[in-house]
Design a protein around this ligand. Structure first.
Ligand code: HEC
Length: 161
């Protein structure tokens, strides 16, 4: 009886370790592979990749609009453009896509949307474009950090699409 229980414990421990390792690989690591250029490739379906890249072009547009509105001293326009790139922009992301993103990628991405909501709040409360540009520059360290660490690829079963 005693030794049987000991085996139970060992088996449980092994299963727990396997589960922990798998969770770590999928949750923290995401669906990725290394690339020769030193970055990590996040592997998505062709549709998911198109959607992420469209979202990226939206972010670039937001940056341009925020700079332009700051030059005009138009804080309302800063707030409008920033809000559009805030957490609302992340709504409707599919669970399948989120599951493929490494944790670090996900937190940089969500941090960027959250920071645009904060910028909208800043713009609502001040009249100084330099403060807006300073905060925008801070947000853009996220763009730089993520782009230097990651690129997108098409996952194996979707490569021919
Ligand atoms: C969480 C990671 C992440 C963040 C944050 C991020 N990007 Fe990206 N972005 C990527 C990846 C990955 C690509 C694809 C690069 C590749 O495959 O070489 C990309 C591509 C792009 C592209 C090219 C789009 C296309 O159609 O090819 C633009 C423009 C862009 N990002 C702008 C931005 C701007 C501006 C910001 C910040 C406001 C930003 N990104 C923040 C990950 C990120």
């Amino acid at each position: 009886m005693k030794s049987r229980c000991k085996i139970c414990w060992v088996v449980s421990l092994v299963l727990l370790l396997a589960l922990g390792t798998l969770s770590y690989v999928f949750v923290v690591g995401g669906n990725t592979e290394p690339h020769a250029d030193g970055r990590t490739v996040v592997l998505l379906t062709a549709d998911e990749r198109n959607k992420v890249l469209a979202e990226m072009r939206g972010l670039l547009e937001t940056v341009q609009k925020v700079i332009d509105a700051s030059l005009d001293g138009d804080m309302d326009a800063v707030a409008t453009a920033s809000t559009a790139a805030g957490m609302v922009a992340a709504e409707g992301e599919s669970a399948a896509l989120i599951g493929k993103l490494p944790l670090d990628f996900l937190s940089l991405g969500m941090g960027t949307h959250k920071a645009f909501d904060e910028l909208a709040q800043t713009a609502a409360g001040i009249d100084d474009p330099m403060v807006v540009l300073g905060e925008l520059s801070g947000i853009m360290t996220n763009c730089v950090a993520c782009h230097s660490g990651y690129r997108l690829g098409i996952q194996g079963d979707d490569r021919e699409n």
